[in-house]
Design a protein around this ligand. Structure first.
Ligand code: DHB
Ligand code: FE
Length: 292
């Protein structure tokens, strides 16, 4: 059977991708950020999964503002890096896992979550920047990726509770796939940032770090946090953090959606990193391991 080995959490910022692509990662502004991911890349080389189920948000790139699914699962064989206005990033194409994606769609939809099936889409910085942070600049990504896009751009966006419950359903789906695959679930986006209006540039280090503490230790309580708290405390784009609850809900210490009691130990914290600033964003990062 497939198993979830770990969850990974990190911000995405377009400027991080541009810094890498333009060879600026050793400049004084960027060096501390990329240095913070060196140990994570080493961990990833030692723990490369077969598949990453990558929760991210599309920024009006693949879906535009004409049609916005709340939850969309990428079932295609491959996904091209999107042109977000400056040409596509010079990164490898993303190879999907259509069989596992179709299985997850079947299981999760039958578990009462309505997913949009996506058979063709380009992937924007929300997906490619986390891949770059964790894998660097390889000729080909060393994993298959199932893109899972969440609407956090156009209100109404899903609640933290809904995201956490969806993570539980995703775990049930992955663990019922009849092939011995190692799968990681990534939650990306955030942390505190606001890109517009009088509060543009808002960063809240204390709130971000309390969020990380609670995500590790008590995600069920964190899932009850209302949207307005994210927006007040972490800025309008801080709402991207609800996506992290999908990855956390898929970990072994959270019961699956089949009525089973808790089956796993709390995850092992393999990495924690926090850095300000990266463009307008606070960058947070965790790696949590199952199966210790
Ligand atoms: C920035 C951050 C984002 O999450 C995003 O989608 C776009 C820009 C920024 O900090 O510049
Ligand atoms: Fe974003």
């Amino acid at each position: 059977m497939a198993r979830i080995t770990a969850s990974v959490y990190c911000s995405h910022v377009p400027a991080i991708g541009a810094a890498l692509d333009l060879g600026k990662s050793n400049e004084p502004y960027w060096q501390p950020l990329f240095q913070g991911f060196d140990a994570s890349k080493a961990w990833m080389r030692a723990n490369t999964p077969d598949v990453v189920f990558l929760v991210y948000n599309d920024h009006a790139t693949a879906f535009s503002l004409e049609m916005i699914p709340t939850f969309a699962i990428g079932c295609a064989a491959e996904f091209q890096p999107a042109d977000e206005g400056w040409g596509p990033r010079p990164v490898p194409k993303v190879i999907g896992h259509p069989e596992l994606a179709a299985h997850i769609a079947q299981s999760v939809i039958q578990d009462d979550f309505d997913l949009t099936i996506v058979n063709k889409m380009d992937v924007d910085h929300g997906l490619t920047v986390p891949l770059s942070l964790m894998f660097g600049q390889p000729d080909a990504w060393p994993v298959r990726v199932i893109p899972f896009a969440v609407n956090v751009v156009q209100y109404p966006v899903p609640s933290g509770r809904r995201c956490f419950e969806l993570g539980r359903a995703v775990r049930k789906a992955i663990e019922s796939y009849d092939e011995p695959l190692d799968v990681q679930v990534w939650g990306t986006g955030g942390m505190s940032h606001q890109l517009q209006g009088p509060r543009a540039g808002l960063i809240n280090k204390e709130w971000d770090n309390a969020f990380l503490d609670q995500l590790i230790a008590d995600p069920d309580a964190l899932a009850s946090k209302p949207h307005i708290d994210y927006v007040r405390e972490a800025g309008s784009e801080g709402i991207e953090l609800v996506m992290w609850l999908i990855a956390r809900g898929a970990m072994a210490d959270v019961p699956k959606r089949d009525g089973n009691a808790v089956t796993g130990k709390p995850p092992h914290l393999a990495r924690r990193f926090y850095h300000v600033p990266a463009s307008n964003t606070a960058v947070g990062h965790l790696i949590l391991e199952n199966n210790q």
